[in-house]
Design a protein around this ligand. Structure first.
Ligand code: APR
Length: 224
């Protein structure tokens, strides 16, 4: 079977009620990246950083996957499906997508500041004093600005095998994630689904909300 590789951003989770970053009223309108999403921010004001993620985790626990997440799983009827996401939510997994590759980490996991050991977060809170087995403060297991993106090479490997490459709900503003588009050399089709698409040449652009456009696109692919 041929490979369909899907690359998602915050826009696929918007209709599940989770905030995007750069839309009007998005998270970066409300918070300054330097205050909540960098290693320095965590060093200078860990309470603020932990609360920023606690707020988002509370929202996530009250959200559920939408029709776009569920529709992607139908691709497996005819193709090998690889989902790569910039999102730290678990909505792809909760919709049934196994082995989702997270480029920017997972909000439902914590990581030790001593040995990078990973721990699941049960519930919504991760606070000062929540420590690993060796007594080290735990931090959210997410990739902050300025930190390495450990899954990037694996993501590139998947994208370079894509027969069809589908990009959903990302402003393609953040590197190296956004550079994935350059690796889809074998793709017969590159399709961008976005409510307000970034101007893009030589790809198919579907200007529509993900929960509408993704099910329609998947039905088309299954008719191929
Ligand atoms: N359906 C489809 N697209 C949508 C929808 C929707 N319902 N709502 C918003 N969008 C689109 C917006 O038009 C925009 O292009 O989703 C995109 C969201 O862009 P961003 O807010 O920049 O989010 P994203 O691209 O995922 O950000 C990448 O930046 O801050 C970092 O680590 C963070 O992973 C994040 C990265």
């Amino acid at each position: 079977m041929k490979n369909v590789v899907v690359f998602t951003g915050a826009g696929i989770s918007a209709e599940s009620g989770l905030g995007t970053f750069r839309d009007k009223g998005g998270l970066w309108d409300k918070y300054c990246i330097e205050d909540v999403a960098t290693p320095n921010a965590f060093k200078n004001n860990p309470e603020l950083v932990l609360e920023f993620y606690n707020i988002r985790r509370r929202q996530l626990l009250n959200s559920k996957p939408n029709d776009a997440h569920f529709a992607l799983n139908k691709i497996k009827k005819k193709f090998n499906l690889f989902v790569i996401t910039q999102n730290i939510d678990d909505l792809h997994e909760r919709s049934g997508t196994k082995n989702t590759l997270h480029l920017h980490g997972k909000i439902m996991e914590a990581r030790s500041t001593i040995d990078n050991q990973i721990y699941p977060i049960n519930g919504s809170e991760l606070n000062i004093g929540d420590c690993c087995n060796r007594g080290g403060q735990l931090r959210p297991n997410v990739v902050w600005f300025g930190e390495d993106v450990p899954n990037m090479n694996l993501a590139i490997k998947h994208v370079s095998t894509a027969f069809i490459f589908i990009i959903i709900g990302t402003s393609l503003n953040v590197y190296p994630a956004a550079s994935l588009v350059n690796y889809a050399k074998k793709a017969k089709r590159i399709i961008l689904i976005d409510k307000n698409p970034t101007l893009f040449t030589n790809v198919e652009v579907i200007k529509e909300k993900a929960s509408i456009a993704v099910p329609l696109l998947v039905n088309d692919l299954l008719r191929l």
